[in-house]
Design a protein around this ligand. Structure first.
Ligand SMILES: [Zn+2]
Length: 260
């Protein structure tokens, strides 16, 4: 029966591999690692897995994934609007820059939803604790960013500190998830994606705070290559890495579900 189970899964894996898009192959190929030996022997669970395996998106809860996508799109839209219209006037420039940073904050908040929801799917109380925590921290950041008194250059480091705090807050559920899923073989893949995301946000924030390279050569980077543009590029890198991780989380829960 175990051999039959393995053969069926191998067939499903093969079929899905050739019917899926090339962009998702990386995560599909890791699916074979999602099933531990004890889960393969569990015949009751096998039937659940097979019934959900044909369509990963249809089998799992997708809303946390789309919350993140909506946040990322809002971020890119607000940034585009900001940089398109910021030459209008000084007053509008300040307002749009506030929206620019608020958009990035929204993306950071929403990026917590897929990993926390899927990792702690079997422990709803931890979902509530972590998602409420990051939402409150994010709302405080947005209020600060939109406050005229705190939008001046004097509070630049304070604003950067808020961004870093949100990133550091992510360490708590990340360490918790590592401890809980230490034996899970696909831990390394998601950890690599999320580490790239964290590193991207951190490097982007460093450029934002230090104002490199324009402070070294004032006037040289007024049109292209200044710190704010580099900051945005790293935010996009971070979002792409997180998208990769979110897809793995989504497929993981779609195929395995919560069996506790
Ligand atoms: Zn910007």
């Amino acid at each position: 029966m175990v051999r039959h189970s393995l053969n069926t899964l191998a067939c499903d894996e093969w079929c899905r591999h050739f019917s899926s898009s090339s962009g998702a192959n990386t995560s599909h190929n890791t699916n074979q690692f999602f099933y531990g030996p004890t889960q393969l022997i569990d015949l009751k669970q096998e039937s659940t897995m097979q019934s959900e395996y044909t369509s990963p998106e249809a089998g799992g809860t997708t809303w946390p994934f789309f919350v993140f996508l909506a946040g990322a799109m809002f971020c890119l839209l607000s940034s585009s609007a900001c940089h398109l219209f910021c030459c209008h006037s000084k007053h509008l420039n300040i307002k749009l820059l506030q929206m620019d940073y608020a958009g990035i904050t929204v993306m950071i908040i929403t990026s917590f939803f897929p990993p926390i929801y899927y990792i702690f799917q079997c422990s709803p109380h931890w979902q509530i604790v972590y998602l409420t925590g990051i939402s409150i921290l994010g709302i405080c950041t947005i209020v600060t960013l939109l406050s005229p008194a705190l939008s001046t250059g004097k509070y630049r480091s304070f604003r950067a500190l808020l961004f870093v705090s949100m990133g550091l807050f992510g360490l708590i559920p990340a360490i918790h998830a590592l401890v809980v899923n230490w034996g899970d073989p696909h831990r390394n893949v998601t950890l690599a994606y999320e580490s790239i995301m964290a590193l991207s946000y951190l490097i982007g924030t460093l450029f934002y705070v230090t104002r490199v390279p324009e402070k070294w050569r004032p006037g040289w980077f007024d049109l292209a290559g200044h710190s704010h543009q580099i900051f945005h590029v790293f935010v996009i890198f971070g979002a792409l890495a997180h998208y990769g991780a979110a897809r793995i989380f989504l497929e993981y829960r779609s195929t395995l579900g919560c069996n506790k």
